[in-house]
Design a protein around this ligand. Structure first.
Ligand code: ADP
Ligand code: MG
Length: 485
């Protein structure tokens, strides 16, 4: 494409429709398991199969999770809302309609503030969040003659988060998605796994001349299932629309597929062919009434959000934004920190340990902090030993921690003692080592006395070796200097 500078004359405008699969145990309207990965058609009762007379019954946990994410996205909660039927025919939709929310969704009018790479912030409006059920899955590539249908997914709970058309670049879109993924995980609303389809989005894209305010005609790219594909689809579609306009054409409102192999979009259907879903409120389900008490209870149980945690840690401990993000984005690490912090003498030490040596150990073993076999009180005690100069940091990391990992639930100081890892408090022993080393190097001692102070390092190193590292370097220095006087 010969786009060159002409792309600079246009601005991208986009709004996302983000589908999030909720991580409830059971489906939205039945007691069928909502888990991923079961054998085909294992999780299907009369409701999922839509047998005549089967009635839906709302899973309260679904509503609670939608409210949590709505609160985190600064939405108003519609305390009275209801379900609608969206009618269409497809083999993986046995009812002939999807239960969703049309004109009275559970959450409206929110926003999310993004932190962009250049340090600026950008506020993206959230138009609405609605509840709906997922459809089943049609499988077209496993049999030569038939399409197969797996209804395990039919009735799995989803929320759809619809943003305002406030997005102006593919970077903003991917930051928005990764923020949403972070939030749904943080709030234990969804696993946010894009590969398994727990988080997927449709991107509505239009362009307009730079500096103008009117919106152009949009196209909707369906079913983007990775952060990278969202960026690629958006960049491609932007370029395509600019080219159409530059060639004197016009954009026809349409729904597009994204081909991840080619990196291109192609039409599925145009507005004229769009389905008329004939929405109407579902007579099988009562409107949802969210009481003031329940809403207050959900609010009171909300954890601090990642951005708040980050700000608080920066303010309290003076750590960098990047370090704070490690805690804000990893609830397990934060919980570990919280459990240990009241037990350490120096909280900043604890932070440094967790983001330094402990992280290195975990990375090396390829395990999560939840699988680390040294519990928070044990780590706190080990850190206190180091801070109190009872053990060197090096020995604590290289010997004490591995021993603790092996032994599990033991007393830290006792273990360090039994392994003979504590700094020798026996001044006589150290003194003996120093004499031994100084006797070994008569010439260097002489040189030192004549002003060649550099040889001190040699003495310290050798004594340290004899002490098997179990000496406080500063104290050792002082003792040697004393003897050299
Ligand atoms: P519909 O009801 O047809 O689905 P909505 O108004 O609900 O349309 O918008 C769907 C999505 O499209 C929203 O995310 C919205 O931000 C986005 N959108 C609307 N108009 C435009 C536009 N001109 N360009 C890009 N995105 C748009
Ligand atoms: Mg809409």
């Amino acid at each position: 494409m010969s786009l060159g500078t002409s792309e600079n004359n246009y601005e991208l405008v986009s709004g996302l429709e983000i589908h999030v699969q909720l991580n409830t145990n059971t489906k939205i309207f039945s007691a069928d398991s909502a888990s991923f990965g079961a054998l085909p058609n294992q999780n299907i009762s009369t409701v999922s199969l839509a047998l005549p007379g089967a009635l839906p019954k709302l899973n309260k946990e679904v509503v609670a999770k939608a409210i949590r994410i709505g609160l985190a996205l600064n939405c108003n909660i519609n305390q009275v809302n209801h379900f609608d039927r969206k009618n269409y025919f497809y083999a993986d939709l046995p009812k002939g309609y999807q239960i969703t929310q049309d004109n009275q969704p559970i959450c409206i009018n929110g926003f999310l503030e993004l932190q962009l790479a250049d340090g600026s912030t950008k506020k993206i409006g959230i138009n609405r969040i609605h509840l709906e059920e997922d459809a089943g899955k049609s499988i077209h590539d496993q049999d030569d003659n038939y399409s197969l249908v797996d209804l395990n997914r039919a009735g799995v709970p989803l929320i759809e988060i619809v943003t305002e058309p406030d997005i102006r670049s593919s970077e903003e879109a991917s930051v928005l998605l990764s923020e949403i993924r972070k939030l749904v995980r943080h709030l234990n609303v969804s696993d946010g796994n894009m590969e398994e389809g727990s988080l997927r989005c449709d991107a509505n894209i239009s362009i307009r001349p730079q500096g103008t305010t009117e919106f152009g005609t949009r196209c909707e790219v369906k079913n983007l299932n990775s952060m990278r594909n969202v960026r690629r689809a958006m960049d491609f579609e932007f370029g395509r629309q600019v080219e159409v306009i530059n060639n004197g054409g016009r954009i026809i409102q349409s729904t597009l597929n994204f081909d991840a192999d080619k990196g291109t979009t192609s039409p599925m259907r145009t507005k004229e062919e769009a389905n008329d879903y004939r929405y109407f409120s579902d007579p099988d389900l009562q409107p949802i009434h969210i009481s003031d008490e329940w809403l207050a209870e959900i609010k009171s149980l909300m954890p601090a959000l990642p951005n708040e945690i980050s700000k608080q840690m920066i303010a309290e401990f003076g750590i960098s934004k990047a370090d704070a993000a490690l805690f804000a984005e990893d609830l397990d690490l934060l919980n570990y920190f919280n459990e240990a912090q009241s037990l350490v003498n120096n909280k900043k030490s604890l932070i440094n340990w967790l983001i330094g040596p402990i992280r290195a150990v975990l990375n090396e073993k390829g395990i999560a902090i939840t699988d680390f076999n040294v519990n928070p009180p044990q780590l706190a005690e080990a850190i206190n030993l180091v801070d109190d100069k009872k053990i060197t940091q090096q020995i604590a990391i290289q010997q004490l921690l591995p021993a603790l990992e092996q032994q599990g639930n033991t007393n830290v100081t006792d273990l360090a003692q039994s392994l003979n890892l504590l700094i020798s408090e026996n001044g006589d022993e150290l003194s003996g080592f120093i004499d031994e080393v100084l006797n070994k190097y008569p010439q260097q001692v002489d040189a030192y006395k004549k002003g060649k102070k550099g040889v001190l390092g040699l003495f310290v190193g050798d004594v340290m070796k004899l002490a098997k590292g179990k000496a406080d370097a500063k104290k050792l220095n002082e003792l040697i200097l004393e003897k050299l006087k």
